[in-house]
Design a protein. Structure first.
Lengths: 439, 461
């Protein structure tokens, strides 16, 4: 990178100029809603980016903190009639902040170096960590330590973090899903399944359920054991070059021309996976394939509705279910009606609308770790709405949201099943077998 | 131009340090409102939460002759809340309590930072109706609506903000607190100062409480969309509806360019193969609604409408209205800068005015999207340009001069609902004439002798 390089200045100015500051984004922005300060609003943040592009402001620490105070939920993109590409602006702003090292300090560098640049660059490392954590939980050490009261010696923030540690699955996706899952006689499509990082570590069963639902609907599923991170964590956290590396690796592993669809079941991943062409725009060797890749990536709900699923014949036990929209599924990918449609296809399931269903739950990638206070406010608001529906189950299609809601329900002492729509759908297909055997 | 340290210290004393913003990042975020191509840095942004705080801020500003620009959510479209360099931006968004909903007198008393939508929702929850619905109603504040005398889609039948304001609490530039109006339907005691403050664009006082009139909610409503192959046919359809003595609650039109942008954003299934689209809505007693809707449809068909589509339910009707409200912002999809005006003419002159706008755009070689409130003659010709292209911006200015001249010639006005602010300041003297300008200047000097409130806006003292 040359010394004069600037992500925001190098951006096509029309992207910055697209915002005509009408203010229609303000009521949909969770941080503006909470603070009523323009700086914490989409148009305020864009004004700051534009000021940097215009040389009226330098990259300051305050600017850096502001860009990390933004949840990146993209609700503003849905609200914006002018079609401002906030995601692109926001990622470039964060990339510039990282390059200028404006927020650098030893602790932050260590954590970022460990997670973004090391752990999530090779998922074997993440798996290893997951196994260690699993051992810690399975041997009862976690329970023991929690009971012992030793944790009270930790600073409050660390105590909270310990409480948020997800339970690691007994088995990772590779142990649950064969590299090729046959669709039997009904094969109509060949699809690839991306198992994800957080998803694989804590919700590998959701991956298994997804593959089962696909196989039930004529899709032969290719699920290689070793996969890479999609790079969304990196792009959202200003690590542009690493995100590009991961994009190339994925395109190589899943040549898009070989599949009818490349499936993701995590809202956050999908939103990033569909924009590899933007990421690799300056790479002539990959650009064409990246464009095809973007076209082939499908969120699972989007794909299933597109190919028209076979409605399960058997019901699951009567359940009142509400649906929380993952931000990046709704605002990032505009997949809004499909998850609801699929849920309604399950006999015996009563879907009740969640007030503010498309309002961020505070998970927002690693936001709940970096901005616990705002994340906590959003979680409380979400849990209160879930309570108001009277539902006993909440469905949501992103691992971050799943974890956040599990923690929120636990904190509120609320008995609530938190589940991915694919799990409910898989259960319904299983119930068919059960019914068949019993008759 | 930073504010004097003593002033900042005093402001912090009045509202608390956390409610006084001075960092460059904060000032940049408050350096504009919803108006295109205008930007100026304030000296500080101050959030008041009570009338008393507003009074103290103004007292200090008056004594030190510091300019004050009052601002709500900053969605104005004429630069009314654009900061004066180095001024105090007095932001009212934290004064956002609904104080009273009086079901016996059908009124609601609110603080100025309450959003228009919140007022509307509160009314609906009580089975009542607050009709004014400016395009930015989801976030615009009622204080800003009153200061700008905002209109909206329902102006034709229900009038504008002015028709719903029954009383105001206003802080005068010297800090004195004044109440004007009350809950009486009839009140002729003295000058109607209330009416003087409505639409005064923050130049005469700071509004700190608003008493609004509510009306019963219409029992039924029907929304339909009619499309036309020619603009003139749509205009004639509107004239026919009015001539048939039907007053629909909305009669909105979009031209081809605007339809495409709106559909691209809202995806509500607007037809793209027409030159003009009318969105028509009638409300009231179910029998009257049915009859009016049938007559309106007949007018549309008689004028060769390509299609008349009736919204099947309230949800679809709301979607259509929301889509229409996005028109101005949606046009920004086509160009970096969108400059919109709101020239308004008597309804009988509407077709003439629409043709004139098209001719002017052609003459100056400009791209234009036109939409607006056809039922009340309020047009929004929007030029699509790029503020960095100085030469084109100049042509835009010239085009607007002609449009304003024509509006005045046809017996219309230079602004129907956005206000003068900065954007139309230079056109006001010609429109208002010497006598009106003199009275307005004297009124302003009498109320604000030191010229601290929104100086340089509307007209120079």
């Amino acid at each position: 990178m040359s010394a004069g390089h600037s992500h925001l200045k190098d951006l096509d100015y029309s992207v910055v100029q697209q915002c005509m500051h009408c203010g229609l984004c303000l009521p949909t922005c969770p941080t503006y809603d909470a603070t009523k300060l323009e700086r914490h609003s989409p148009r305020g943040r864009i004004a700051l980016m534009r000021a940097i592009a215009d040389d009226r402001l330098t990259i300051t620490k305050t600017f850096g903190e502001e860009m990390y105070f933004c949840l990146g939920c993209l609700a503003c993109q849905t609200a914006c009639p002018a079609g401002v590409n906030y995601a692109e602006l926001f990622e470039h702003a964060r990339a510039e902040i990282e390059e200028k090292k404006i927020l650098a300090n030893p602790k932050r560098n260590l954590i970022r170096g460990f997670t973004v640049s090391w752990l999530f660059m090779d998922l074997r490392r993440l798996e290893l960590l997951g196994k260690a954590l699993r051992l810690y939980q399975q041997l009862g050490l976690q329970a023991l330590i929690r009971r012992s009261g030793v944790l009270r010696l930790l600073p409050k923030r660390l105590q909270e973090l310990e409480a948020m540690t997800p339970s690691v699955c007994d088995k990772f996706s590779a142990e649950l899903i064969a590299p090729i899952t046959s669709a039997g006689d009904t094969k109509k499509y060949r699809v690839a399944m991306l198992t994800g990082c957080a998803q694989d570590l804590t919700f590998s069963d959701v991956n298994r359920d997804t593959v089962e639902v696909l196989a039930q609907n004529g899709c032969e599923v290719f699920t290689p054991a070793e996969q890479s991170c999609c790079g969304s964590l990196h792009a959202h956290n200003g690590e542009w070059t690493l995100a590009q590396q991961l994009a190339r690796r994925n395109i190589d592993q899943f040549p898009p021309e070989q599949f009818d669809a490349i499936i993701t079941n995590a809202g956050g991943c999908g939103s990033h996976l569909k924009h590899y062409a933007k990421l690799l725009v300056d790479d002539p060797a990959y650009l064409k394939r990246a464009e095809l890749w973007d076209a082939r990536v499908n969120d699972i709900h989007e794909w299933l509705v597109q190919i028209t699923i076979r409605n399960p014949e058997a019901g699951i036990r009567n359940q009142v279910v509400t649906y929380h929209e993952s931000c990046h599924l709704t605002h990032g990918q505009k997949v809004v009606s499909q998850p609801r449609e699929l849920l309604k296809a399950i006999p015996g399931l009563l879907l009740v609308e969640l007030p503010e269903a498309n309002w961020c739950c505070g998970s927002a990638g690693i936001y709940n770790l970096t901005q616990p206070e705002m994340a906590g406010q959003l979680l409380d608001r979400k849990i209160a709405h879930i309570k108001s529906t009277g539902a006993t189950t909440v469905a949501t299609a992103n691992p971050g949201c799943l974890l956040q809601l599990i923690n929120g329900a636990a904190k509120a002492g609320l008995k609530l099943r938190v589940v991915h729509p694919m799990t409910l759908l898989a259960e319904a297909y299983h119930a068919e077998d059960r019914d068949r055997h019993s008759t | 131009m930073p504010l004097a340290n003593a002033t900042l210290a005093r402001l912090r004393e009045i509202v608390g340090a956390e409610n006084v913003l001075t960092s460059p990042e904060d000032l940049i975020a408050y350096s504009f409102d919803g108006t295109a191509a205008m930007q100026q840095l304030p000296g500080a942004v101050v959030f008041a939460t009570t009338t008393e705080q507003v009074a103290q801020i103004l007292k200090h500003a008056n004594r030190t002759k510091t300019p004050v620009v009052t601002r709500g959510s900053g969605t104005g479209l004429s630069g009314g809340s654009l900061p004066i360099p180095g001024c105090i931006v007095l932001c009212t968004v934290k004064m956002n309590r609904i104080l009273e909903l009086d079901r016996a007198n059908l009124t609601i008393l609110v603080e100025p930072g309450v959003t228009t939508l919140a007022v509307s929702d509160a009314a609906t929850a009580a089975g009542l109706f607050y009709p004014p619905d400016p395009g930015s109603m989801k976030i615009s504040t009622i204080g800003g609506n009153v200061a700008e005398n905002s209109g909206g889609l329902r102006g034709l039948k229900y009038g504008i903000t002015r028709n719903y304001v029954m009383g105001l609490e206003v802080v005068l530039p010297d800090g004195e607190i004044l109440w004007t109006g009350n809950k009486c339907v009839k009140d002729v005691a003295g000058y109607s100062l209330r009416d003087l403050f409505i639409g005064s664009e923050g130049t005469l006082g700071v509004i700190t409480k608003v008493l609004l009139r509510l009306i019963p909610k219409p029992a039924a409503k029907k929304t339909m969309v009619a499309t036309f192959a020619q603009m003139d046919a749509a205009a004639q359809c509107v004239s026919d509806i009015i001539a048939a003595q039907i007053i629909p609650c909305t009669l909105e039109f979009l031209d081809r360019t605007t339809i495409r942008c709106v559909e691209d954003f809202a995806k509500v299934g607007l037809p793209l193969d027409c030159e003009a689209l009318l969105m028509m809505e009638t409300d009231g007693h179910p029998a009257a609604v049915a009859e009016e809707a049938a007559k309106m449809e007949e007018c549309a068909r008689k004028n060769g409408a390509m299609e008349v589509r009736v919204a099947k339910d309230e949800a679809e009707a709301n979607k259509l209205a929301t889509a229409r409200r996005s028109a101005f912002s949606a046009l920004a999809r086509l160009a970096p800068t969108t400059i919109l005006e709101d020239a308004t003419v008597p309804r009988s002159e509407l077709a003439k005015m629409i043709r004139f706008v098209a001719a002017v755009a052609k003459k100056y070689n400009l791209r234009v999207g036109t939409f607006g409130h056809m039922g009340d003659g309020n047009l929004h010709p929007t030029f699509l340009t790029d503020e960095r292209n100085k030469e084109e911006m100049h042509r835009v200015e010239e085009a607007f001069k002609e449009i304003f001249d024509e509006a005045i010639r046809l017996g219309g006005t230079i602004t129907g609902e956005h206000g003068i602010g900065m954007a139309k300041k230079s056109f006001l003297p010609k429109f208002a004439g010497d006598a009106q300008m003199r009275v307005m200047r004297e009124l302003r000097r009498a109320l604000d002798p030191n010229g601290i409130l929104n100086p340089g806006k509307m007209f120079d003292r």
